[in-house]
Design a protein around this ligand. Structure first.
Ligand SMILES: C[S@@+](CC[C@H](N)C(=O)[O-])C[C@H]1O[C@@H](n2cnc3c(N)ncnc32)[C@H](O)[C@@H]1O
Length: 408
C-alpha cells in the first residue's frame, strides 16, 4: 500500500511477532494521532524556533549583552524565556509522554498474556542469562529515560517483560516508521555497512552492548548466521523480551546476557571480532563511557571492528543554534548525559583506549528503508523519500600489536 509522502505510515503497518503487544482500534488511533503530531511538531512547527531566535530572542540577547551568544547553553537560556519555544517544547514533551502512556496502557492491560507468550517463545531459556546481582547504574535509574515509566529496568511485577514490550510497540510511532516495520532498519544498515566495507568478512563473535530488545542485534545476527552474537544489557525486562522476540522471529545465534558493559571481565582479551553500540553511548555517563570503550577495546580481537552509532558530535563547525536544538532531549526528554556526551572528543577517548588516530574513522550509516512501508518511486529505484534515519558512526579497526607499538 502506498502512503502519502507527508504523513507517517499508519500503525496497522507495524511489524509484529509472537510477543508483540496487540493494540485495539482506539489504541492504534491514538498512536496514529501521536505519530502525526510528532511529525508536525518536528517538521512544521520546529523551524519556528529558528524564527523565534533570529527575530526575537537573539536581538534581545544581543541588546542586553552587547555580544552574540558564545555557546549552546546561552541560547537555551534565552530561548527558555521565549513564548514560542516554550509552547513548542511543551508540545514535544507532552507528545512523548502521551506516546509512553499509550504504549504502557496497551502493555499493562495484557501483561499476563505477554508474559505467558514470552515464556512460551523463550522455551527452556537457553540463550538468556540473567543476573539478579547486577546493580543498575545510577545513570540508568536516576530518571525515567526518554519519559519511559521505570526506564529500561523497571518491572510492573517481578519477572515481567513490560519495559521491553512498551519500548518495542512505541518506537514505530516515535520514528514515524522510519526504521521499518520491525524498527530494525538501523541494524540492517549496520550489517550492510559491514558487508560493503569488508567484503567476505566473517566475524566469529560479535558483542552488541546495550541491546535493549534487539532491533540492531537481530539483523546483525541474521547477516552473519555463523557468528555467535553476545548481546548484553543491564536491564532484565528488556532482555527477557528481546530473547522471546528473537526466538519468535527465528533468530537463534544470539545469547542475551545481563551484564554491565563497564566490566566485561567475564570475556577474555581479544574475544570478539566486532564490538558494537547503537544509540547507546549518550545514555551512559562521563565516567562510564570511557570505561566501556576501554573494556570494549580489551575484548576486541586484533583487526576487529569497534563501531559506535550515534547522533553527530558537536564540533566547532556545527552552528551553535543547531547544537542548542540537538540538545533539547538532554533538558526536556530525560536524557541527562546527551548534551555532555555529544561534546566529548570520542577520538581522544578511542585513542586513550588503544586505537591510534590512523585506525579510527567516521562514517554515515543510513537506515535501510523498508520498501513494504515506503515503496520506491517509479522513476527513482531506491528513493527513500527522506524517511531513513541517518546516524553518525565513530569506529576503529583494532591494529595488530606490532602496528600499535610502531604507532606509539
Ligand atoms: C538506547 S538503548 C540502545 C538501543 C539498542 N542498541 C538498539 O539498537 O535498539 C540503551 C540500552 O543500554 C542499556 N544500558 C545502559 N547502560 C548500560 C551498561 N552500562 N551496560 C549494559 N547495558 C547498558 C539500557 O538498559 C538500554 O537497554
Amino acid at each position: 500500500m502506498a502512503i502519502h509522502d507527508d504523513i507517517p505510515p499508519p500503525y496497522s503497518m507495524v511489524g509484529t511477532h509472537g510477543v508483540f503487544p496487540k493494540a485495539n482500534h482506539d489504541e492504534r488511533a491514538r498512536f496514529n494521532f501521536l505519530a502525526n503530531l510528532n511529525k508536525h511538531v518536528a517538521g512544521t512547527l520546529g523551524p519556528g524556533n529558528r524564527l523565534a531566535w533570529e527575530k526575537r530572542a537573539k536581538p534581545k540577547f544581543v541588546a542586553e549583552r552587547g555580544r552574540e551568544p558564545v555557546d549552546r547553553f546561552e541560547i537555551r537560556k534565552a530561548m527558555n524565556a521565549d513564548p514560542y519555544h516554550r509552547f513548542w517544547s511543551a508540545l514535544k514533551r507532552n507528545n512523548m509522554e502521551m506516546r509512553q502512556q499509550n504504549g504502557r496502557s496497551i502493555v499493562l492491560r495484557q501483561l499476563d498474556d505477554l508474559d505467558a507468550r514470552a515464556r512460551e517463545a523463550s522455551g527452556n531459556g537457553a540463550g538468556l542469562e540473567l543476573d539478579p546481582s547486577i546493580t543498575i547504574p545510577r545513570y540508568q535509574k536516576a530518571v525515567d529515560i526518554h519519559c519511559m515509566p521505570g526506564s529500561y529496568h523497571g518491572e510492573e511485577r517481578p519477572g515481567d517483560v513490560s519495559a521491553g514490550a512498551n519500548y518495542d510497540c512505541g518506537i514505530f510511532v516515535t520514528t514515524g516508521g522510519g526504521m521499518g516495520a520491525l524498527s530494525d532498519g538501523g541494524g540492517q544498515a549496520l550489517a550492510k555497512w559491514a558487508r560493503e566495507t569488508r567484503p567476505g568478512w566473517q566475524p566469529r563473535r560479535i558483542l552488541d552492548i546495550g541491546v535493549t530488545v534487539g532491533h540492531s542485534a537481530l539483523p546483525m545476527a541474521m547477516a552473519f548466521p555463523d557468528a555467535e552474537v553476545i548481546a548484553i544489557d543491564t536491564a532484565a525486562p528488556v532482555l527477557r523480551y528481546a530473547h522471546a522476540r528473537a526466538r519468535s522471529l527465528g533468530v537463534n545465534n544470539i545469547r542475551f546476557i545481563q551484564a554491565n558493559a563497564e566490566d566485561l571481565s567475564r570475556f577474555p582479551d581479544g574475544h570478539f571480532d566486532w564490538v558494537q553500540t547503537t544509540m547507546f553511548l549518550h545514555e551512559t555517563s562521563g565516567i562510564a563511557l570511557p570505561q566501556i570503550i576501554r573494556e570494549g577495546a580489551r575484548v576486541l580481537a586484533e583487526e576487529g571492528l569497534m563501531f559506535h552509532l550515534e547522533q553527530p558530535q558537536y564540533t566547532p563547525e556545527m552552528p551553535l543554534f543547531e547544537q542548542f536544538m540537538r540538545d533539547w532531549d538532554a533538558f526536556n526528554n530525560n536524557e541527562p548525559f546527551w548534551s555532555a556526551m555529544h561534546a566529548v572528543d570520542l577520538h581522544d577517548i578511542l585513542a586513550d583506549a588503544g586505537f591510534p588516530a590512523a585506525s579510527q574513522f567516521e562514517a554515515k550509516v543510513k537506515a535501510v528503508v523498508d520498501e513494504a512501508i515506503f515503496p520506491p518511486s517509479v522513476e527513482g529505484e531506491g528513493e527513500d523519500f527522506g524517511r531513513a534515519a541517518v546516524w553518525h558512526a565513530y569506529g576503529a579497526w583494532k591494529p595488530a600489536a606490532q602496528a600499535r607499538e610502531a604507532a606509539e
